[in-house]
Design a protein around this ligand. Structure first.
Ligand code: HEM
Length: 507
């Protein structure tokens, strides 16, 4: 490094960074010339510095670490040997606000983890709430429960401008939830103190979706993954979060960075809830509906690993901004379930990455697998920066140059590498599925309200947070519908939210 000297982008050493090539006379000033390559190159690069920010989850904390295995319940290589360590990249984000927003804005928090395993990369793209509901009446009108996304306060979406100007954000937010009550479970989480974590080190994360742990014989178990902080959960109150947003918009990023610099490495235990396919068929809840959780009594947590974050990114842009996570990035032993939201996500993320980073985004150092990659069908494209498979044919199984496959190399059965389980039989018909709301959709939210009641002050905090938000809704008709929505969860909750809101409006 000490040998480093200043050059242009293609290596030409330059004597000074402050020399301009000008047509000038002795009266000062001068006319710029096209031959001032340094100036032109620098100006041109400057105006291309930004890449599109993520359409959601734009602002985030990032760190490196490792996952240590402590079980053997799948054939996934990174989890089949106690003590085995897998390097990890973690990115924890807010969902709605754009990249310049305050970390402590109330929001669900995204938890994206890239495990660089010895059989390729595995991405866990989770949230800090065990249930989730995608909310966007404008963008995904036809995908019902699976696909509704929230009208985001900060989403810089010019197509929404007319709509945003006609209807204030809060009105949209609540009119959406009244019309789509299946999101109530997540709404309760969001307006509890969990919506404003005090530190990324002090939050839990959940797969939300059901996934599958598969075995070499093609059999599988359904799993939900829970990542629980050893540092204990700590949240801000509404007032603290608002104050911090003004004082230090990068508070959560700084908190994680400084803790790692101090060598106070945060640690999480990684657990799974496991369900046999036969139990899934008989279970009260649809395990492919992400607005529902599984009972911990019936499906207790089993620890599978320990996650430690112990290294800061050396460059935020290359390590974190250029990182691309996708639930479709999987390894043998881990597979997607038939949750329709997950199915949609398997497509959406690589598609987003190809747009945001370019078609060869998997080659960027932060995304590249730590194992050899050989997919000669995928050649060329913008910004290819490896050897592009040299003189190999752009297909596999050439008789002139035979291709080797993993089962032959490892002497294992092909089923042990498949991301698709052989034992899953599907019969069905193509249908336009529309979900309907039933009283069942309110059972688990009612349980959550009770659980909050067991922690001193949590119910009050939820009611206060909701009142502070709903009081901004000008239409009393809409407010009454919102109270009715919460009363459907629990009469007392509805009444308390109504009382607190109407009192706050009078003040
Ligand atoms: C159909 C539903 C969903 C769609 C279409 C969707 C789409 C997206 C898109 C386009 C991105 C930006 C990706 C990028 O530009 O790199 C993103 C990011 C993210 N999503 Fe989703 N999402 C959905 C549901 C979910 C759910 C259910 C979860 C959590 C369980 C989730 C967690 C995340 C996280 C953590 C990120 C940030 C990834 C990162 O750090 O780069 N999303 N999502």
């Amino acid at each position: 490094m000490s040998q480093r000297y200043y050059t242009l982008a293609e290596g030409c050493p330059f004597a000074s960074s402050s020399t301009a090539v000008l047509m000038r006379n002795n009266r000062g000033g001068g006319l710029g010339l096209l031959q001032d390559i340094q100036l032109i190159e620098t100006l041109a690069h400057f105006s291309r510095e930004r890449i599109p920010e993520r359409v959601v989850h734009a602002k985030a904390v990032g760190a490196y670490g490792e996952l240590a295995d402590c079980s053997d319940i799948t054939s996934a290589s990174f989890l089949n040997e106690a003590g085995k360590k897998t390097p990890v990249l973690l990115r924890v984000s807010t969902v709605g606000p754009e990249a310049g927003s305050a970390d402590t804005a109330r929001d669900v928090h995204g938890w994206a983890m890239k495990l660089y395993t010895d059989e390729g990369n595995l991405d866990w793209v989770f949230n800090n709430t065990p249930v989730f509901f995608i909310r966007d009446p404008i963008k995904f009108p036809s995908m019902n429960r699976s696909h509704k996304r929230h009208p985001q306060t900060h989403l810089p979406d010019v197509n929404m401008l007319n709509y945003i100007l006609l209807y204030p954000e809060l009105t949209k937010h609540y009119s959406f939830h009244v019309g789509n009550p299946e999101g109530i479970h997540e709404l309760l989480h969001l307006f509890s103190s969990r919506g404003t974590p005090q530190s990324i080190r002090h939050l839990n994360a959940y797969s939300g979706h059901t996934y599958k742990f598969t075995k070499e014989d093609g059999s599988f178990k359904y799993v939900k993954i829970h990542i629980k902080t050893q540092q204990e959960v700590k949240n801000f109150t509404r007032e603290q979060a608002t104050k911090m947003a003004g004082e230090n918009p990068d508070f959560l990023i700084q908190d994680m960075f400084e803790a790692i610099e101090r060598k106070e490495y945060p640690v999480w235990n990684v657990y799974v809830q496991i369900m046999d396919p036969s139990e899934a068929e008989a279970y009260r809840w649809n395990i492919f509906d992400m607005t529902k959780v599984w009972s911990h009594k019936e499906f207790p947590l089993r620890q599978i690993g320990k996650l430690t974050m112990n290294r800061n990114p050396s460059n935020y842009f290359t390590d974190i901004e250029q990182a691309a996570f996708s639930p479709s990035t999987m390894v043998p032993g881990f597979a997607a379930s038939a949750d329709p939201v997950l199915q949609a996500r398997l497509f959406a993320y690589p598609d987003a990455a190809r747009y945001r980073l370019g078609v060869n985004y998997q080659q960027l150092p932060t995304n590249a697998a730590k194992v050899p990659v050989y997919c000669p069908f995928e050649r060329d494209g913008n910004m290819r920066f490896d050897d592009n498979y040299g003189a190999d044919p752009n297909y596999v199984n050439s008789c002139l140059q035979p291709t080797r496959f993993y089962p032959d190399v490892k002497n294992i059965k092909p089923s042990s590498v498949s991301l698709h389980t052989e034992h899953e039989q599907w019969t069905g018909e193509v249908t336009a599925f529309t979900s309907h709301i039933t009283d069942d959709d309110f059972v688990q939210p009612a349980e959550l309200w009770k659980v909050l009641g067991r922690q001193p002050g949590e119910q009050d905090m939820l009611v206060g947070n909701l009142a502070a938000s709903i009081k901004g809704v000008k239409s009393s008709t809409l407010r009454n519908s919102v109270y009715a929505l919460f009363a459907r969860v629990n009469k007392d909750l509805g009444a308390r939210v109504q009382k607190a809101t109407e009192e706050a409006i009078k003040q």
